[in-house]
Design a protein. Structure first.
Length: 388
């Protein structure tokens, strides 16, 4: 029964509306109103409440605090649909920034002003706009679920202003710089790793998680199946970032040959054990056979290579991925092919990230139109014969 009228006196009625199950206890939840007047007055009130309920703007009288609700949301809604690493990030983000400020407030009394004040304080404390936007995404997702569960009439996080995020300047090596980098890298223990990073456009976590089973020497491809993450000093293998991140990447022929030679040298180094002492069978290993620590890779190998190649010190390891994409787009490669190689969710994302290459592509397109339409040689015409 959606609604009910209960007589409480001569001219007093209790209006009761069923709101579903309580998010925390699972018990039936009701909204009550008391009407002093006739039965017609009570019926009118019931009809109005049922209409608001159907429109999704009727709020239950939940007494949960924000903390209590977030606990329930994390266990029931977030954990089943998120990767374990993402779930830990959500939980830590809420614990670190959200709960201390608004956790003890009643969920039903949470306002956009409360959330706006939280973001303003975090920004005043020096937190970056990017981090605040990530916090907002997590909090807003939880409150959106509260609306779906009919606990809140609307999401208060929808009505706040977010700090402007300044786009970080992306760097990519020029063809000359890329060749200088690869020449210097060829003398390093992990030179092939850096060459593979630039040739495939993989994320660092992706090529650090590659195993020899992921390399198909006959087909000349590498398969991205997982990623290496580092959380508070603990390394772990996780699922790729997105569904599109799980992909097969064709390799240059010279790269396939180099990997085959590297494999033979590695077998000799580890005493013929195909999986090494750790059993992980990683393509690129640390000295003890385990996963490579990215921080050590940058400090002990990547930065010295930059110095040897006389390249700017502010170039990041991730910029090898940007270099791959930029060089391919500048060479006229189809953006869809580049997007698939990088594991982007869409071609639109690729073009947005690498918009700096678009002017060159547009200029090349204009030159091609000029050649096809306005510089074409006119066709010779044969004069018509006179009719006899």
């Amino acid at each position: 029964m959606a609604g009910q009228l209960i007589r409480r006196g001569e001219r007093t009625w209790q209006v009761r509306v069923y709101m579903g199950r309580d998010s925390a206890t699972g018990k039936r939840s009701y909204l009550y109103r008391t009407v002093h007047g006739t039965k017609s007055d009570a019926q009118r009130c019931l009809n109005e409440l049922l209409t608001k309920k159907d429109r999704g703007v009727l709020q239950t009288m939940t007494t949960d605090t924000v903390n209590e609700y977030l606990d329930h949301w994390l266990d029931v809604a977030a954990r089943p649909r998120l990767r374990e690493s993402t779930f830990r990030d959500y939980r830590w983000m809420l614990e670190r920034y959200v709960r201390p400020a608004i956790g003890n407030k009643r969920l039903a009394q949470l306002t956009p002003l409360d959330i706006q004040a939280l973001y303003s304080k975090l920004q005043a404390d020096g937190l970056s706009a990017r981090t605040i936007r990530y916090i907002h995404s997590t909090l807003s997702s939880s409150l959106k679920q509260a609306v779906k569960w009919r606990i809140l009439p609307q999401n208060p996080a929808d009505f706040v202003d977010l700090p402007r995020q300044q786009r970080r300047e992306m760097q990519a090596l020029t063809p000359e710089q890329a060749r200088a980098f690869l020449t210097a890298a060829s003398k390093d223990r992990y030179g092939l790793l850096f060459a593979l990073a630039m040739a495939t456009g993989m994320r660092p976590g992706e090529y650090l998680a590659l195993t020899w089973e992921d390399i198909d020497f006959d087909a000349g491809t590498a398969i991205v199946r997982r990623s290496l993450t580092n959380r508070k000093g603990v390394q772990a293998f996780t699922e790729p970032k997105t569904a599109r991140s799980r992909r097969t990447i064709p390799l240059p022929r010279s790269m396939v040959q180099a990997l085959a030679q590297y494999r033979e040298a590695q077998l000799v180094e580890c005493g013929g054990k195909p999986n090494g002492d750790t059993g992980l069978n990683l393509v690129f290993r640390s000295q003890n056979g385990g996963p490579i620590d990215k921080h050590n890779l940058v400090k002990r190998h990547f930065k010295p290579i930059l110095k040897a190649a006389r390249l700017p010190e502010n170039i990041r390891l991730y910029d090898l991925r940007h270099t791959c994409a930029t060089l391919l787009l500048a060479a006229g490669e189809n953006p869809k092919v580049v997007a698939e190689r990088l594991g982007h969710a869409s071609t639109t994302m690729t073009l947005d990230v690498y918009s700096h290459v678009l002017p060159t592509m547009q200029q090349r397109a204009a030159e091609r139109l000029e050649e096809m339409l306005f510089q074409a040689k006119p066709r010779q015409t044969i004069p018509a014969r006179a009719c006899k």
